[in-house]
Design a protein around this ligand. Structure first.
Ligand code: ATP
Length: 435
């Protein structure tokens, strides 16, 4: 993990928030390469889960919501972690994560556990009183539930269908840590899939499999991925069943995504608290019912960290040690780098002209600094799948050398075939799956 965190900072994937002021606990900023990787992940999710499906639509709800939403959802009363403090060293822990009733750091005596609400509270308007309290949403899901009727009326969708959303969520975590794994501000990619009661279990199975396969599609190693069913003691009060997609991080097996059967809990609660009917009427069968909901709920930071950890490798290239990120080409922040072999003899001009053509189609980089080996190494380290070199022959026959990151194989190719060739090669995933 230390190697990943240091690579992330050095190459501009992730920086600590407000670093020049000493940083802010468990908040991170995505740098130029990090935002490119994050966008590729969220766009892959949006394309696969929403635009390529007839039974899904998207939504982007506001982060601030009416405070009654959090009463109805149960977050105000129940979104808490049990908190204990060490009386001696003052360190703070989640009581449910301790194996013994003493401080794991110094062995000191612990305080009684008290419940701590994870929602960030703020005020709306100029007056800071109880009437103006609002919360930063701790999950994007509620924005979907409260818009269920709006989407239904606007889109003429029929059950089963789902609404997907990507957006920021905030949790005042007591024990954040492990870099991007547990942060206080994070992004989620959530789906609420509405089904007829009685058909919920088969849809739950379907989504468990679909979401598990999504991580495989983008190249996570099969042996480091598992689907773990929750025990009945772990289930949230509203959930009929839940399974987590877990990844084996260097710090152990941990959740990337939870796929829950939330029953009809949310729509019923919001019907009751808002006084609005959130049931569904099936025109064909003349039946009215409150749909059950299957919720595949993923973060963005956790999968991003898993993709980085999985891709990280060290090997020897052209006789030199190298760090290589074997990222799936579809997720790689930069798809190809263009290098002039020399900084003279017309090489840079030709390389820049190629860069200008390719940049219309892909995220590309141009690099003329240092030996060609060092330039390859710089791109390997950030996961760029292809390196394109302009040399003497290019000026004669309009061909370039294309080097592939993982195999390091080089092929000679006409410049006018580059766009089509790269497009074809970039659409095949690391796992050999075509997009
Ligand atoms: P955990 O048990 O690890 O606290 P959770 O079960 O509370 O997670 P969910 O409420 O199911 O998490 O949230 C869905 C997804 O949102 C998680 O699988 C995770 O990817 C992401 N997520 C939740 N909390 C955080 C966080 N503090 N930092 C980063 N991602 C998070």
């Amino acid at each position: 993990m230390d190697k990943i965190a240091s690579l992330c900072k050095r190459r501009g994937f992730v920086f600590q928030s407000s670093e020049i002021y000493g940083g802010l606990g468990s908040c991170w900023d995505y740098g130029p390469l990090g935002i490119a990787l994050k966008k590729n992940i969220t766009e892959a999710w949006w394309r696969d889960m929403i635009t390529s499906r007839e039974d899904m639509v998207g939504l982007d709800a506001a982060i601030l919501m009416h405070p009654r939403v959090w009463e109805a959802s149960g977050h105000l009363a129940g979104f808490t972690d049990p908190l204990v403090d060490c009386k001696k060293c003052k360190h703070r822990f989640r009581a449910d994560q301790l194996t013994e009733q003493k401080c794991p750091d110094c062995g000191g005596e612990l305080t009684e556990s008290r419940n701590f609400n994870l929602m960030f509270k703020t005020f709306m308007g100029p007056v800071e009183d109880t009437a103006s309290v609002v919360y930063l949403r701790p999950e994007t899901a509620q924005g979907i539930f409260v818009n269920f009727q709006n989407v239904l009326n606007a889109s003429r969708l029929k059950i089963p269908f789902g609404i997907g959303q990507i957006g920021k969520s905030f949790r005042n975590e007591i024990t954040p840590g492990n870099f991007l794994f547990r942060t206080r501000e994070f992004e989620q990619m959530e789906i609420e899939f509405f089904v007829k009661p009685g058909e919920d279990e088969q849809w739950h199975d379907y989504w468990k499999q679909t979401r598990f396969n999504w991580y495989l599609k983008y190249g996570l190693t099969r042996a480091r991925l598992r689907l773990r069913e929750h025990g009945t003691d772990e289930l949230a009060h509203y959930a009929k069943g839940c399974a987590d997609v877990e990844y084996e991080f260097p710090f152990g097996w941990s959740e990337l995504e939870g796929i829950a059967n939330r029953s009809d809990f949310d729509l019923k609660q919001h019907s009751e608290f808002s006084g609005k009917d959130l049931s569904y009427f099936n025109e064909e069968t003349r039946e009215r019912f409150v749909p059950y909901v299957i919720e595949p709920s993923a973060g963005v930071g956790r999968p991003l960290l898993a993709f980085l950890v999985d891709a990280y490798d060290e090997d020897t290239a052209e006789g030199e040690e190298r760090v290589v990120l074997r990222l799936d080409p579809r997720l790689a922040p930069i798809k190809a780098a263009i290098f002039p072999l020399l900084r003279k003899a017309g090489h840079p001009e030709k390389a820049l002209a190629i860069r200008d053509v390719l940049k219309e189609h892909f995220a590309v980089a141009y690099d003329q600094a240092g030996s060609i080996g060092r330039r390859y190494r710089r791109q390997d380290e950030i996961g760029t799948p292809f390196g394109i070199t302009v040399d003497h022959d290019t000026l004669k026959d309009d061909t370039v050398t294309v080097r592939e990151r993982d195999s390091m194989q080089q092929v000679r190719m006409p410049v006018d075939r580059l766009v089509d060739e790269l497009r074809a090669r970039l659409s095949v995933g690391r796992a050999g799956v075509v997009a």
